[in-house]
Design a protein around this ligand. Structure first.
Ligand code: PMP
Length: 489
């Protein structure tokens, strides 16, 4: 009997291209051009061109389906690969859990592309650079398809708990510790680790755990402008008697508030939106948000060694949709409180998620992290090289300064390559920078969203290659209008 099961590819809901029954059914025997194909698929591709149907189950010929001993996973693997093989012109993906038309999953097109196979580019389309979706990793996972695909049986870990009674996989925790030791970006020895649904959940869990629990005098939650808006949004939304959002650390300090007051400071390092390696300003309790503290975004000077540090898979491997983050905590009491928060909020993190994260982190630590971080750093460096070349021709717009630092991971001095460009409109009259960019068909996020001046706009550099190419095109057009002969916007 065939058991219900799912086979997910590592970039689920994004899946690899390749030779497939469904692609053949649609009479589309091409493979996506814009993306790499999984390692070792040459043999399968030849067979596909001959018109036969093959199931790709790995780079090794011995594993090909006809000789395989697979039973219950075979049907799901076939389904996963068939959907992965649907041709979307390199400008979209089809997913098992996507919409279906005439019994077939349909292509979900990237921004600015349309049509049943996403081949139609809308010529006047704006560049959407507003979201922090880290899709730039997708080609890496396609190249590592074999190592990172996950098979989940219909009866996989149905219990709330693991055999040791906990809700967190010990093996995953071990791999997270190994990852930090390979990258050298955080001290984990003698520290506790708690998993969360993305780091988003842990941000508020940390505020809860650090607050003094004294409702007559709530703890003051602060961050340094420009700061990630979620800190304020969560603190206000949860509307606790135990903590309140007090805004900017620097204004707090200059208003002569004493450091001895009960403060919880978010320190985002590197910072979202400007990529700065921030340090705490006040002398109170701190939450170090290290979402971007990975070698692709910043040189790693050495291991972070703070009392409460938060990391996320989203900006490490690009799997934001998997919703997984972790906190590294020094103090046992704080650890217990964060654990209790997660337990009360959702009785722990999905076991399916933990399985997938384990698989991904195993790939991340392969070759001492070099394949993953070389890919991601090279990608970000190339994007920054091209971006700085465009902005170097502009006097109307500027971007943040970057300073070289020695990176202990790559053993070289290099510039940071932040996830976002923090663009400043320099002209007096351009006080609403987002509006200026929107007129140039570029959609970013207003400075005021980060509690900064609207003279600034954040542009995301971590989306797909299509998105980045369009962003660069629109920026180049905008900057080319500055020569004085054309008055615009
Ligand atoms: N912290 C920072 C600074 C972020 O930019 C983000 C995502 N944009 C997060 C935390 C949350 O990430 P996630 O919930 O996906 O782990």
């Amino acid at each position: 009997m065939i058991q219900p099961s799912i086979v997910t590819a590592p970039w689920i809901p994004h899946t690899a291209q390749g030779p497939h029954r469904r692609a053949d059914c649609r009479g589309m025997r091409r493979r996506d051009e814009g993306i790499g194909r999984p390692r070792g698929m040459g043999g399968q591709e030849r067979r596909w061109e001959n018109g036969s149907i093959n199931l790709y189950v790995g780079g090794d010929k011995r594993q090909v389906s006809s000789e395989s001993t697979l039973t219950w996973s075979e049907k799901a693997a076939e389904e996963a690969e068939a959907v992965a093989g649907i041709y979307c012109s390199g400008h979209g993906r089809a997913y098992i859990d996507g919409l279906v038309s005439q019994g077939q999953p349909v292509c979900e097109c990237f921004d600015c592309y349309a049509g049943f196979d996403c081949s139609e580019l809308s010529p006047g389309c704006a560049a959407y650079a507003d979201s922090g979706d880290p899709v730039f990793f997708e080609p890496f996972w396609m190249q590592h398809a074999t190592d990172s695909a996950v098979v989940i049986s219909g009866w996989h870990r149905m219990s709330y708990r693991y055999a040791d009674g906990t809700t967190m996989s010990k093996e995953l925790e071990n791999y997270i510790r190994k990852l930090h030791s390979v990258v050298g970006n955080a001290v984990t020895e003698g520290r506790y680790i708690v998993f969360g649904i993305g780091s988003t959940q842990l941000l508020n869990a940390a505020v809860y755990a650090l607050s003094s629990g004294n409702s007559s005098s709530p703890s003051n939650v602060l961050a340094s402008i420009p700061f990630y808006p979620m800190y304020k949004a969560q603190t206000v939304f949860f509307n606790s008697e135990d903590f309140q959002f007090e805004g900017d650390t620097n204004s707090w300090q200059s208003n002569n508030q004493t450091n001895k007051m009960d403060v919880i400071e978010f320190v985002t390092s590197p910072n979202n939106p400007d990529g700065e390696l921030k340090k705490h300003v006040l002398g109170g309790k701190t939450i170090y948000d290290h979402a971007y503290f990975w070698p692709h975004f910043t040189p790693i000077k050495g291991p972070s060694d703070h009392d409460l540090m938060i990391f996320t898979l989203s900006k490490l491997t690009g799997h934001a949709g998997t919703r997984f983050g972790w906190a590294i905590i020094k103090d046992k009491d704080i650890y217990d409180k964060v654990l209790n928060y997660i337990s009360v909020a959702d009785l722990g993190i999905s076991k399916d998620t933990q399985l997938r994260v384990l698989k991904l982190i195993k790939v991340a630590v392969e070759g001492d992290g070099m394949p993953l971080f070389k890919f991601s750093y090279n990608k970000m460096r190339d994007r920054w090289d091209r971006l700085t070349s465009v902005f170097s021709k502009s006097t109307r717009f500027s971007i943040q300064q970057r300073h070289p630092l020695y990176c202990n991971f790559f053993n070289e001095t290099r510039l940071p390559s932040p996830a976002y460009a923090w663009v400043k409109c320099e002209r007096e009259e351009d006080h609403d920078c987002s509006a200026v960019l929107i007129a140039g068909k570029i959609i970013g996020l207003n400075g005021s969203l980060f509690s900064a001046d609207d003279r600034y706009t954040r542009l995301s550099l971590i989306k797909s290659q299509d998105d980045f190419e369009l962003l660069l095109k629109r920026l180049t057009e905008l900057v080319s209008l500055e020569d004085g002969s054309i008055k615009m916007i």
